[in-house]
Design a protein around this ligand. Structure first.
Ligand SMILES: [Zn+2]
Length: 75
């Protein structure tokens, strides 16, 4: 993905910075992380989570790990 050419590959619309809801199915439950930084198409609404948010060393994975070790079903 080239951030200097933010054209939606689906509809050709313009991709803009925004947020989305990230979900991860852990098998025993589903973790939902709201307001994850993402690129959102202003035309069709397709979302791409930023590479920095998707990397396993960022704080979202810490949240998922913490939840994973607790017997709590979120969904
Ligand atoms: Zn689009």
């Amino acid at each position: 993905m080239n951030p200097s050419n933010p054209i939606c590959p689906l509809c050709g619309g313009t991709k803009t910075a925004g947020t989305t809801t990230f979900t991860a199915d852990l098998g025993s439950g589903v973790v939902v992380v709201r307001r994850v930084r993402a690129t959102v198409c202003s035309q069709c609404g397709e979302e791409w989570i930023d590479d920095t948010a998707a990397r396993p060393d960022v704080h979202h994975s810490s949240i998922i790990r913490a939840l994973y070790h607790r017997p709590v079903l979120l969904a």
